[in-house]
Design a protein around this ligand. Structure first.
Ligand SMILES: [Zn+2]
Length: 325
């Protein structure tokens, strides 16, 4: 076992490279629910829901939806619904303290179970999720736009089901696809209801478009929306061309083998940013309450290490390459 005693590491701050869009003009929406817009195509087809700002400190998704809405696009078939999710958290976004506005009272992407949504709302974030719930339940496909704390290549979180992996291959929005089961802290929107049901055809992809405040992340988010519309045969005949190109299909699939949920107090032993491959099993990556946390196998892929190192949250996810099919 390789051991390095860890010291608490300072938070790494990244610059906000673009102006977060003012989404106030999209408040009224078309659905009766604020900040939710829905458009029907001329021909029948699937219902695609694209969500941004499930995390209020991730404005790249808002860049994409703002650009789509500004063009007044209608899908060529089916239904396209665009939803700005945690708008109250986003309203507090301050580029001088950009990490502060991730949620209002709790993480909106850890509350998607009927038990939580059926009860009287315990937080502003749950109340907003309840308002969004009918759209999540009606959609055939979900593209949920997110970004990461550290600068990472764009990646798709495909969840555990084979059909999501197949959709990720068909859509090709990122070179890296991650097969995962979410977080111990609570269920994600992308796993809610039919999206998490092994017997349903409803299929969800969550895309991490890059670092939260990198200018490129908004461009990737917009390109991912256009690509999803194209590959579902829903794209309108004309639209503003994306400024970044996406891979035609993914080349790597990684299965999460060990989500590291913090029990006490976690400190990284290595300066991990995500994307590293640690060659040896048993390598100490951090300590939780003083106990070493080690890689469970050789060639261990490091995914999305967190700087929010609180008990109950996920410190990092570890995984391994798997065959594409
Ligand atoms: Zn997020």
């Amino acid at each position: 076992m390789t051991d390095t005693r860890a010291q608490a590491q300072p938070i790494i701050e990244y610059p906000v490279e673009f102006s977060p869009p003012n989404i106030g003009r999209w408040r009224d929406g078309t659905t009766g629910v604020p900040f939710v817009h829905s458009f029907a195509g001329a021909r029948p087809g699937p219902h695609l829901l694209i969500t941004a700002l499930v995390h209020g400190n991730e404005p790249a998704g808002a860049v994409a939806l703002d650009r789509l809405l500004s063009q007044g696009l209608n899908p060529s078939r089916g239904r396209l619904t665009l939803a700005f999710a945690n708008v109250d958290a986003y309203a507090r976004f301050d580029p001088s303290a950009p990490r502060a506005s991730r949620w209002v009272e709790e993480d909106m992407n850890r509350i998607w179970s009927s038990d939580i949504l059926d009860a009287s709302p315990r937080s502003a974030d749950v109340a907003r999720a309840v308002a969004l719930r009918p759209f999540v339940e009606q959609a055939d496909y979900l593209l949920d736009l997110h970004t990461t704390q550290h600068p990472n290549e764009p990646l798709v979180l495909a969840g555990p089901h084979q059909r999501s992996r197949e959709l990720a291959r068909k859509v090709g929005v990122a070179d890296l696809v991650v097969v995962d089961r979410g977080h111990a802290q609570g269920p994600r929107m992308r796993d809610y209801g039919g999206f998490g049901d092994p017997c349903s055809a409803k299929t969800a992809l969550l895309i991490e478009c890059g670092q939260h405040w990198a200018a490129s992340s908004g461009e990737v988010a917009y390109a991912a929306c256009i690509r999803m519309l194209q590959r579902l045969d829903m794209a309108p005949p004309a639209f503003e061309a994306p400024t970044v190109s996406l891979p035609d299909e993914p080349s790597r699939f990684i299965e999460i083998t060990m989500p590291v949920t913090i029990k006490h107090e976690f400190v990284f032993a290595l300066p991990l940013r995500g994307g590293e491959i640690i060659p040896r099993a048993g390598t100490v990556i951090g300590h939780d309450g003083g106990e070493p946390v080690v890689t469970p196998h050789d060639d261990c892929f490091v995914l999305m290490p967190s700087q929010r190192l609180w008990a109950g949250l996920t410190a990092v996810r570890l995984g391994r390459l798997i065959p594409a099919s």
